[in-house]
Write a protein of this length. Structure first.
Length: 255
């Protein structure tokens, strides 16, 4: 994660009681768990709180590999081949070097992830902490005295393989829509832009189920702009300038 969220990584580390945090380039931090003993703690966590996206399939395969290592099968040629076959079906698959080293490996069957219904609102709050965006959009529009249209937007983005999960958000919120960005066809965006839906549904939801990490500050600023819009301040030059200032300090603009 970005180094601004170091406190959130430390909360995760303290919560599960294993792992370490390392620098990962000039702006990022990496939380990692290596030992089989500690990985069992991680597996137990995700057994209790299952993943919802297609990453759940990677988790199931990862669990198989950990169990093979736990049984020392990685020390035999047959066991190592099993682990490489598992790795071939995970994430991006085998690197070119591993394909050369293991030319006859057959990838194992990847588990299907079909039950992607959102049942726990706390899961959605956590998912948003990692994958969501609270945006303030300004667009030139001569219909307004200020010359600008102010629009709020709540957005979640995932790989298109999780399109069913993203579409289930429409039912969960009873609003919003899904679309594919024209500039990046492998992703799907879920968006809510209608102000009444944002003000009456999205904001109260995240007040009740708080976002963690630095993104909570973006949500707080999002709420400030929503209040200004609710009070019609965005229709005045003074209010618009106030919104510009708030927008400038959100998301990537936050110091």
């Amino acid at each position: 994660m970005h180094k601004k969220d170091k406190a959130l990584l430390e909360q995760i580390q303290n919560s599960i009681g294993v792992g370490n945090i390392y620098p990962n380039g000039p702006e990022a931090l990496l939380f990692q768990v290596f030992s089989v003993k500690d990985l069992k703690v991680v597996l137990n966590h995700f057994e209790k709180y299952p993943l919802k996206t297609q990453k759940f399939a990677d988790y199931k395969l990862f669990k198989q590999a950990v169990e093979l290592i736990e049984q020392k099968e990685n020390l035999t040629e047959e066991g190592l081949a099993k682990i490489v076959g598992i790795k071939a079906s995970m994430n991006l698959g085998l690197s070119e070097k591993l394909k050369v080293a293991f030319p006859f490996i057959t990838p194992v069957q990847r588990p299907k992830v079909e039950d992607q219904k959102i049942e726990d609102p706390n899961w959605l709050a956590g998912f948003t902490s990692g994958e969501g965006c609270f945006l303030v959009n300004l667009a030139k529009n001569s219909k307004y005295n200020t010359g600008f249209l102010v629009q709020l937007e709540f957005k979640l983005t995932q790989h298109f393989r999780d399109v069913k999960l993203m579409e289930s958000l429409i039912k969960f919120w009873d609003c919003g829509n899904c679309s594919q960005p024209l500039d990046y066809h492998s992703n799907v965006d879920f968006r809510i832009q209608k102000f009444s839906d944002l003000n009456d549904k999205v904001i109260p939801f995240f007040v009740k189920y708080p976002i963690l990490g630095v993104k909570s500050k973006d949500f707080a600023d999002f709420c400030k702009v929503a209040e200004l819009i609710q009070n019609k301040a965005h229709l005045t030059t003074e209010g618009l300038n106030q919104i510009r200032q708030i927008k400038a300090g959100m998301n990537t603009g936050r110091k």
